[in-house]
Design a binder for this molecule. Structure first.
Ligand code: NAP
Length: 314
């Protein structure tokens, strides 16, 4: 791997006092400062450094993207230190996507509706919050399953969470003809449904994550999206009971653990077309790259980096 820095996890304290450590990083004896990062807790699992460092290298940006372990308590300070430490921006992962709202200066309308931020750009010392998970999902669907999101009748499993909410809002923004949002805690899906109807005038049907409700929804959708974490561990069960998927369904699992999730195995068993979340990771990252540099990301190079990082074919 070209970048040994990919595996290093820096503490948030390194951002303080102008981020001297990041400014002084070198590569092959030449200055190679860190100017992009992912903040999370935990953060060691993130594949964003591999993906973005490959892109930076390919497009001759002479700096790097690092992992920074930022706890909930540290988030405000870490974001406040970002500009002075010379950073162009950062990505946010668990558990910061919602909490970051109170620390940024500007938020896109789309991110506000999605209720979370996964990308921050530093512009003139101000922090601009974006959400590329929703549009990244739509692009991933087109890339992997050749589906136009706006034509799909969709069931989103885990719609009450961060990724599920972003995907649900994206479906509403694109005008999907039918949207079911299933959530273990039904109340969260109901609140989301009310908010989307109020702001976009689009009807979303909230349902419980129980077999009867899922069976009913599945009989009238084309696409099933898993936005629960079920599948991240090999031992995880599918969020869907057996026997509900048919060959006509498409399945998109946002989980990208490397192996096949139980949901993907269910889809394969009935011959339903399916894709895992690696493409969403790629597309949301490419959209963040475009926000930071106003230039297109080198997708093919990023795909190779993701394949290497996961040890599986993209
Ligand atoms: P989150 O905010 O914690 O939301 C988790 C959601 O899953 C909630 O709706 C939660 O329901 C539900 N859930 C959790 N455990 C469950 C269980 N055992 N059974 C049924 N439902 C359960 O998490 P997140 O950040 O949205 O991440 C969710 C998944 O999306 C993760 O697997 C993550 O890897 C994936 N993701 C992928 C990408 C990508 O680029 N591919 C990007 C972002 C996220 P309650 O509301 O009832 O708690």
């Amino acid at each position: 791997m070209a970048y040994s820095e990919n595996s290093v996890v820096y503490p948030a304290a390194d951002l303080a006092n102008g981020g001297q450590i990041f400014r002084e990083l070198t590569r092959d004896g030449s200055p190679y400062p860190a100017r992009l990062a992912v903040f999370g807790d935990p953060v060691s699992h993130s594949l964003s450094p591999q993906m973005h460092n490959a892109a930076l290298e390919a497009q001759a940006h002479e700096f790097q993207y690092v992992r920074i372990l930022v706890t909930t308590e540290e988030l405000g300070h870490a974001l406040a230190d970002l500009a002075e430490a010379g950073f162009i921006g950062t990505n946010l992962t668990i558990p910061h996507k919602q909490a970051a709202f109170e620390f940024v200066d500007e938020i896109t309308d789309q991110s506000r509706l999605m209720g979370s931020i996964n990308t921050i750009a530093v512009i003139g010392g101000k922090l601009h919050g974006h959400n590329t998970d929703g549009p990244g999902f739509a692009a991933a669907l087109q890339e992997t399953l050749q589906l136009k999101l706006h034509e799909q009748r969709v069931l989103i499993l885990g719609g009450g969470g961060g990724a599920g909410r972003a995907i649900s809002v994206q479906c509403a923004l694109e005008g999907c003809p039918q949207i079911f949002v299933a959530n273990r805690t039904l109340e969260k899906a109901e609140i989301l449904s009310e908010q989307i109807e109020e702001s976009l005038g689009k009807i979303i049907t909230p349902i419980s994550l129980i077999p009867e409700a899922l069976e009913n929804a599945l009989s009238s959708v084309d696409l099933v999206v898993n936005a629960t974490p079920l599948g991240m561990k090999e031992s995880d069960l599918s969020p869907l009971p057996d026997g509900l998927l048919t060959r006509e369904h498409y399945v998109y699992d946002t989980v990208y653990s490397g192996g096949k999730s139980a949901l993907i195995r269910q889809a394969e068993a009935v011959g339903a077309k399916n894709a895992n979340g690696l493409s969403m990771l790629l597309q949301q990252g490419a959209m963040a790259y475009k926000i930071w540099f106003d230039e297109s990301a080198p997708l093919e190079i990023m795909k190779v980096a993701l394949s290497e990082a996961t040890g599986s074919k993209y």
